[in-house]
Design a protein around this ligand. Structure first.
Ligand code: NAD
Length: 487
């Protein structure tokens, strides 16, 4: 394979510790191209010793102030350089990400990875403007607050947007002066590994960002439990979030958990239905449907349902499914074999519970290998069904209908998750009512998802604890120290 690829693939992805790629260990795992099921590289799993070496390197770098003590102007310069090098190597990063994850190249190249540049630029701007609060002086005391980096941060992320998610955590950890150990998903390490070279080239000192690879219950667990890790930032599934919170508890580590979702998308008769249709398709099918904020439960007002369902299915059938590296492709293969089998199993589950298949539901014709799955939609008789309650994390929309707006809000909130809620409506009273009633961390009115680091992103209920966004990240990645001086 490597002979014909436009960019170099590593034979084995190893750990990156203290600025050095390590030699491969004894436990290798295959890295698979989900578009053709071929093995494209190996991954060397970090054991507890190698994990400890990565944490020790991060701790040393932190204690020596290799990063934290750099002047803000130097940190800023490096952040801007990371952005510039990411842009310079965007074709390569996007190719690696798409090859390894199955995400469509056109989306990764135009939307996901440019976020790295804007994120580092955001924090570079923030570094230039950040002045901590002034102290307060009264008759007896001068008091002020010093904000210090938390220390060594563990950054654990999933496979659905490997580099976009890992790099956002890296940018935030560094912006607040921390060193870190990154553990990305074991199935999709290629672009994240390549990004280590970009960080080094941009001038991030050795030991400040370390990468370890391996399965969650081995490498991830050892990282979370390591005594010198102070904070754990995790994005991934809800069950894993619980395991991580439990593993972090004895060490009293701070955790930020960005977990799953089953987001409602309420479409009312007052909405602009053309916009709502495109918005609904975007919210469920972008990124192969593998998005925490996917609008996976679509609630339609009864009077518009028949027409909307017909148009939705018609449009879904025109979505181009195929080779993710082909720029025409809108949906690539699902990320891995186990995930494909799981997504497929929800079709039977939907039909068993009285669902009607509107489109999709199987492997597309002519795509015999690879984890390809058609954009799928079902109409369900009740919210109290598996496909309306469990996160599927694939191109799988579950529709329901409602008779009045109170009912729509009740259904939207009848979920263990609470990440995002979408509403399409041109009725101001409905918008105001929804804003107050919705139990979700993000409410989007007449728009698909847009991310903005100035604002919090995160979930209610089983969708998580904590918020990614400048305020939440500042709180998460720093310790506050109050200094009181007698006058
Ligand atoms: P996952 O929880 O299986 O794995 C995520 C990461 O955690 C991987 O790196 C994995 O190796 C690691 N991990 C697994 N078990 C661990 C353990 N015991 N200790 C430490 N680390 C461990 O998640 P996934 O299936 O890879 O990702 C999909 C999930 O991520 C979905 O539920 C999705 O909604 C969620 N997600 C949430 C957000 C958000 O911002 N809220 C964003 C993207 C994805």
């Amino acid at each position: 394979m490597s002979m014909s690829t436009p960019y170099r693939l590593p034979a084995v992805v190893t750990s990156f510790i203290d600025g050095q790629w390590q030699s491969a260990g004894s436990h290798l795992l295959p890295v698979i191209n989900p578009a053709n099921e071929e093995t494209i590289a190996q991954l060397s799993e970090a054991d507890a010793n190698e994990t400890a070496a990565a944490v020790a390197a991060a701790r040393r770098a932190h204690e020596q102030g290799r990063w934290a003590d750099l002047p803000a102007t130097e940190k800023q310069r490096i952040f801007r350089q990371i952005g510039a090098l990411t842009t310079q190597h965007l074709d390569e990063l996007a190719w690696l990400e798409s090859l390894n994850s199955g995400l469509p190249l056109r989306y990764v190249h135009s939307r996901q990875l440019p976020r790295i540049v804007s994120n580092f630029s955001f924090f570079a701007d923030w570094l230039s403007q950040n002045t901590e609060r002034a102290g307060v002086q009264d008759d007896s005391y001068l008091r002020y607050v010093v904000r210090e980096p938390a220390g060594v941060a563990a950054l654990i992320s999933p496979w659905n947007a490997p580099l976009a998610l890992a790099s956002t955590k890296i940018a935030a950890a560094l912006a607040f002066g921390n060193s870190c150990v990154v553990k990305t998903a074991e199935t999709t390490p290629l672009a994240v590994a390549r990004f280590m070279g970009i960080l080094t080239e941009a001038g991030v000192p050795a030991g400040v960002v370390n990468l370890i690879n391996g399965r969650g219950h081995i490498t991830g667990d050892a990282l979370v439990r390591h005594k010198d890790v102070r904070v754990v930032s995790f994005t991934g599934g809800t069950a894993t979030g619980r395991a991580i919170a439990a593993a972090a508890a004895p060490g009293l580590k701070r955790v930020d958990l960005e977990l799953g979702g089953k987001s409602a998308n309420i479409i009312t008769a007052s909405a602009n239905l053309d916009d709502a249709l495109e918005g609904a398709l975007t919210a469920i099918y972008t990124n192969n449907g593998q998005q925490c904020f996917a609008g996976s439960r679509i609630l339609l007002e009864h009077s518009i349902a028949d027409e909307f369902l017909r148009r939705f299915a018609e449009r879904a059938r025109t979505i181009r499914v195929g080779d993710p590296l082909d720029r025409a492709t809108e949906i690539g293969p699902l990320a891995n074999e186990a995930h494909y089998a799981r997504v497929q199993s929800f079709v039977g589950a939907a039909l068993n519970e009285g669902g009607r298949l509107l489109c999709g539901g199987q492997r597309p014709a002519k795509l015999e290998t690879g984890y390809y799955f058609e954009p799928t939609a079902v109409l369900m008789p009740s919210n109290d069904t598996q496909v309306c309650q469990e996160e599927i994390f694939g191109p799988f929309a579950a529709f329901q209908t409602f008779d009045n707006f109170d009912e729509a809000l009740r259904i939207a909130n009848a979920s263990d998750f609470g990440l995002v809620s979408y509403l399409w409506s041109n009725d101001l009273a409905q918008v105001n009512q929804a804003m107050r009633a919705i139990k979700a961390g993000v409410v989007l009115v007449n728009t698909p998802m847009t991310l903005d680091l100035r604002f919090p992103f995160g979930g209610y209920k089983n969708s998580g604890v904590g918020r990614e966004g400048i305020d939440g990240m500042r709180h998460f990645y720093t310790e506050e120290k109050t200094v009181t001086i007698a006058l």
